[in-house]
Design a protein around this ligand. Structure first.
Ligand code: ZN
Ligand code: ZN
Ligand code: ZN
Length: 381
């Protein structure tokens, strides 16, 4: 899994170009400068993919992109991986600084840095690498990238929005298909395997999660899928997503095996109304916390506030969980092009849970859902 991503499947979106990556790197370096940072240190992972299109495996050998305002980006890379790096779409904008086993890659990286500068560093950079850099430059400061520049990847351009919409549509098709499979008598992990297969059939190259949480398991928001046999009368929370053409999907619907009770219908309707109010709060200039407050108020007013035990949403892009977060205290204003989930839930311990989730993007005058399947309670067999 080293080197550049596979070429897109026929019919897929046009790949990002060297110009796209050059513009992203320049924008990131300028944002760092504006934030008072000497630069950014980017490790293998989603930041590096977004900035360069290069997708190496994360290993003990140092690979590090160094971005500084007004200077060319430099990629410190193991010599044996340099050919892969040189093939990345963003490589024309990069100066490769390769090193061979036995040489000191941290010295090479440190030579690019200001001894007392403060740098943003990828959240997922290995401690191994950061600590070695700190040994070389003890007076250098480091800030997690999502603390330093939380909105760096948050506003998507039209090509990114197209990919997110396509991923959402594929997840929607997977939901339409999973409603037709048998639930009663099968284990959660069997339905989860069906979901995995459907996401891949509809173009996902990576599946990040396939939550199938039946009956009392539904009261645990991050229950994955286990050995429990799904029975008649169960509510089943389905929450699934992954990457298609490099961009994420993430949607939840809650279905019921057979006819639901009045209480189950009431709780489901409450969550549906909360999700709707959260969506309606999406508009440019509203704060992230306004989306959380709008959804939470509906559930609290109905007396279920203590059973909505997580934030209302999270951003999505080249990963399925990233800033911005729809949470109390987050005053970041919404900006057209941001993409995030609106996913309130109610979790009744020992009994059942309900969650309804759409990815939403901010438009010039409101919001647009990237998931569009029915939010009514579906009865499955
Ligand atoms: Zn039931
Ligand atoms: Zn989800
Ligand atoms: Zn989510």
């Amino acid at each position: 899994m080293t080197g550049t991503p596979a070429p897109p499947a026929p019919g897929g979106p046009a790949p990002f170009t060297a110009d796209d990556y050059t513009a992203r790197m320049r924008r990131a370096a300028e944002a760092a400068d504006a934030a008072g940072l000497a630069g950014l240190l980017i490790a293998p992972g989603p930041d590096l993919v977004w900035l360069t299109g290069y997708r190496p495996v994360e290993t003990e050998r140092l690979t590090l992109l160094v971005l500084r305002a007004g200077q060319d980006p430099v990629l410190v890379v193991p010599a044996l991986e340099a050919p892969d790096a040189a093939g990345a779409a963003g490589a024309p904008a990069l100066t490769l600084r390769d090193w061979t086993d036995g040489q000191d890659p941290y010295g090479a990286a440190a030579a690019l840095l200001r001894p007392a500068g403060r740098y943003g560093i990828s959240d997922n950079a290995w401690a191994l690498h950061l600590l070695a850099l700190r040994e070389r430059l003890p007076d250098t400061g480091h800030l997690a990238l999502t603390r330093a520049l939380p909105m760096l990847r948050a506003v998507k351009d039209s090509a990114e929005l197209d990919r997110l919409a396509a991923a959402g549509a594929a997840a929607d098709t997977a939901y339409e298909e999973i409603r037709k499979v048998r639930f009663e008598g099968r284990r959660e992990r069997e339905v989860a395997a069906d979901l995995d297969g459907l996401l891949r059939r509809f173009g996902h190259s990576q599946v990040d999660f396939t939550i199938v949480a039946s009956g009392p398991n539904g009261a645990n928001p991050h229950h994955e899928a286990g050995e429990r046999a799904i029975g008649r009368g169960d509510m089943v929370v389905l929450d699934f997503g992954g990457l298609k053409h490099g961009y994420g999907s993430d949607t939840s619907r809650t279905v019921h095996v057979g006819e639901p009770t009045d209480e189950e219908r009431t709780v489901h309707e409450l969550v549906r109304a909360a999700q709707e109010e959260g969506f309606r709060a999406v508009r440019p200039g509203a704060a992230c916390q306004d989306v959380d407050r709008a959804a939470r108020a509906v559930i609290a007013e109905a007396g279920y506030g203590e059973y909505f035990i997580h934030r209302t949403g999270h951003g999505i892009g080249v990963t399925t969980h990233e800033p911005p977060y729809m949470i109390e205290g987050e005053e970041q204003p919404l900006v057209p092009g941001m993409c995030f989930s609106v996913e309130p839930g109610v979790y009744l311990p020992g009994r059942f849970g309900v969650r309804i989730e759409d990815i939403v993007t901010v438009t010039e005058d409101g919001g647009r859902r990237l998931n569009n399947t029915s939010r009514e309670l579906a009865v499955v067999g």
